[in-house]
Design a protein around this ligand. Structure first.
Ligand code: F6R
Length: 615
């Protein structure tokens, strides 16, 4: 949430900052702004409500963008204060000499604001972030001859909460200071130039070399070098890493939206996530990132899974997978709930945390809590080098490539496959027979081809979407492995098309939601031919008897269901644990097309942002 960019070098900063902000817009699009040295060395700041394209147009129209070679930029997801010009970043000190951008939340902002107001500071916004710029200004004035970075360090030691910050000053026109505590900051290293960003996406077109700041670290960037220190002033070794993202991975590549591109990438993503791990010829699953921990994982009395949103849905499928294949009890929690109860977790336990971004604040906090209590933590993340990936004891990357669409699609499928591989690898050392293991591995191997066959029929889903796009509510039903898919289908629909949707275990319908059913209420039923098929068929009859419209997702060859449902979308036959990965595709496409037909901005759903770094 909130995207931060910075540049110092010899090129013009403005176009680089705008391009970087466009790459980060999935982190927020309530407002955008930039700051850079302008005429007479004074800071030139332009910020406004709306997206980066609007900012770019306004800057172009202003005709006075300075040719500065240093600057900072921000795209906002509003937390404190409405999306408006005045609450946009950068925030500027009263004399206009310091500009600051911030991602995170300053929790003690109210107390600091009162103190600063007593010192004569006037606030121009309702944000928590603005206190930081005045605090830096105040402390800098208090300490004669103090370095800019010292004032920033002092200010950061006073604030509580989470931050990724980037600060410039007209009094120190050749430096950018960045710091992080809880919100990510990456520094891209070029030749005589440095880039700053909230994640690696804006960096890869300029450099492959980067440093991920750790929590509690601060860096000073100048054209001729950079240094990293702890906020407590101790010099740190900066670990330079190679970024492994390709530029085409963060571009739309001919698709109208990132979400659609990412849906279509899934067969290839499945290959990437299994490459070198699922070896059907040898009948083994190799998970390098957890190999040293397998014995501890297998002997755990219980596995806790914690995540948020779509990743939590993947976690629910993980529960079915691990219990089926490894026969280890699993508990799945929303990370935000886990951390605020008194969970029973100790050194014998294992916690699996699942996060596409690897930065979700609640998931990170739940994970740290489990670590404090001595549990072994296994992270399943997509973003390489993310905080959760780095702080886990062991982990498995999903290798889904950058996910830019705010609604998660390919990351979900990759998480489920990782959980399937984990369940099978755990089961291998426990009760799972060689024969069942071999069958499951073969099923995994066939998954990308089956997904491809579904996606080839995407126009069928588009047609069906036309029938349902006018509905204002929808119910999604599924059982067993497909119950979490019902939740995921409903989440996808509501987040991008703003249609109210609920996911339910099919059998639960009779315990309440059936009261909602009428001719206006489409019901999406996941009805593959598995052990629950007959029961789900009865649920369909119950819906139809009350005038409800049914869209069934069923197994190829099931002619019977075509008579019972209004519309059917067929998926290839597969083992029950593979079916959720097939059923989710038409649901993703359905939400995409409904949203598009309703004129919604698919990649930028209102009020949402990717990577929820605030609690
Ligand atoms: C929904 C969606 C969110 C995320 C959730 C967790 O499409 O994207 O529900 O799944 O915010 O994010 P990560 O996986 O980054 O921890």
């Amino acid at each position: 949430m909130c995207g931060i960019v910075g540049y110092i070098g010899s090129r013009k900063a403005a176009p680089l900052l705008l391009q970087g902000l466009k790459r980060l817009e999935y982190r927020g699009y309530d407002s955008a702004g930039v700051a850079m040295p302008g005429e007479g060395g004074r800071l030139w700041v332009h910020k406004q409500k709306g997206d980066v394209a609007a900012l770019e147009a306004a800057m172009g129209a202003s005709g006075d963008v300075p040719p500065a070679t240093i600057g900072i930029g921000h795209t906002r997801w509003a937390t404190h204060g409405d999306p408006s010009d005045r609450n946009s970043h950068p925030h500027v000190s009263m004399d206009g000499s310091i500009a600051l951008i911030h991602n995170g939340i300053i929790e003690n902002h109210a107390a600091l604001r009162i103190e600063l107001e007593e010192h004569g500071y006037r606030f121009m916004s309702d944000t928590d972030s603005e206190v930081l710029v005045h605090l830096i200004d105040h402390l800098w004035k208090q300490i004669p001859f103090a370095a800019f970075e010292s004032a920033i360090r002092q200010a950061l030691s006073v604030v509580e909460g989470a931050y990724g910050v980037c600060v410039v000053s007209s009094r120190e026109p050749d430096m950018i200071v960045v710091a992080r505590h809880g919100s990510p900051i990456v520094i891209g290293i070029g030749e005589g130039e440095y880039f700053v960003a909230s994640d690696a996406a804006p960096l890869v077109e300029y450099t492959r070399r980067a440093v991920y700041l750790a929590d509690g670290e601060m860096a000073v960037l100048r054209r001729d070098g950079f240094s990293v220190q702890s906020i407590g002033s101790v010099k740190q070794e900066a670990a330079v890493v190679e970024l492994d993202i390709e530029l085409e991975e963060i571009e739309k590549g001919g698709y109208e939206h990132f979400m659609l591109k990412e849906i279509f990438e899934q067969p290839e993503v499945m290959r990437d996530v299994m490459r070198g791990r699922v070896l059907p010829g040898e009948g083994i699953i190799q998970l390098g990132g957890v190999s040293g921990y397998l014995a501890a994982l297998r002997s755990a009395p219980r596995i806790h899974i914690c995540a948020c949103g779509t990743s939590w849905h993947a976690g629910l499928i993980g529960e079915y997978l691990i219990e089926e294949f490894a026969r280890i009890p699993v508990e799945v929690d929303y990370a935000s709930e886990f951390r605020y109860r008194s969970p029973l977790i100790g050194p014998e336990d294992v916690m699996v945390v699942i996060s596409q971004s690897g930065e979700t604040a609640d998931t990170l906090a739940a994970m740290r809590m489990a670590k404090e209590r001595g549990a072994t933590v296994l992270g399943i993340c997509n973003v390489v080098g993310s905080t959760i990936a780095r702080e886990s004891d062991c982990g498995i990357y999903t290798h889904a490539g950058p996910e830019i669409g705010v609604a998660s699609t390919k990351a979900f499928s990759a998480q489920v496959v990782v959980l399937a591989m984990l369940a099978l690898a755990l089961g291998r050392g426990r009760a799972l027979t060689e024969e069942r293991f071999g069958e499951a591995v073969r099923e995994l191997h066939e998954l990308p081809g089956k997904m491809r066959r579904i996606l080839e029929r995407h126009q069928e889903v588009e047609r069906i979407a036309g029938e349902y796009a006018g509905a204002d509510h929808a119910l999604y039903l599924g059982r067993g492995y497909n119950f979490p898919v019902a939740l995921e289908g409903a989440l996808k629909l509501k987040e991008i098309s703003y249609v109210h949707a609920e996911g339910y275990p099919a059998a639960e319908m009779k315990h309440g939601p059936i009261a909602l059913i009428d001719e206006e209420m489409p019901v999406v039923v996941l009805a593959p031919q598995d052990a629950n098929y007959r029961k789900v068929r009865s649920n369909i009859e119950e819906v139809r008897a009350r005038g409800g419209r049914v869209l069934a997702v069923a197994t190829e060859g099931d002619r019977e269901i075509a008579r019972a449902a209004d519309h059917v979308f067929y998926v290839p036959d597969a083992a029950p644990f593979i079916v959720p990965l097939l059923c989710v595709l038409p649901l993703q496409l359905l939400s995409y097309h409904v949203a598009a037909l309703r004129g919604c901005n698919v990649d930028r759903p209102r009020n949402l942002a990717k990577s929820v770094t605030v609690e």
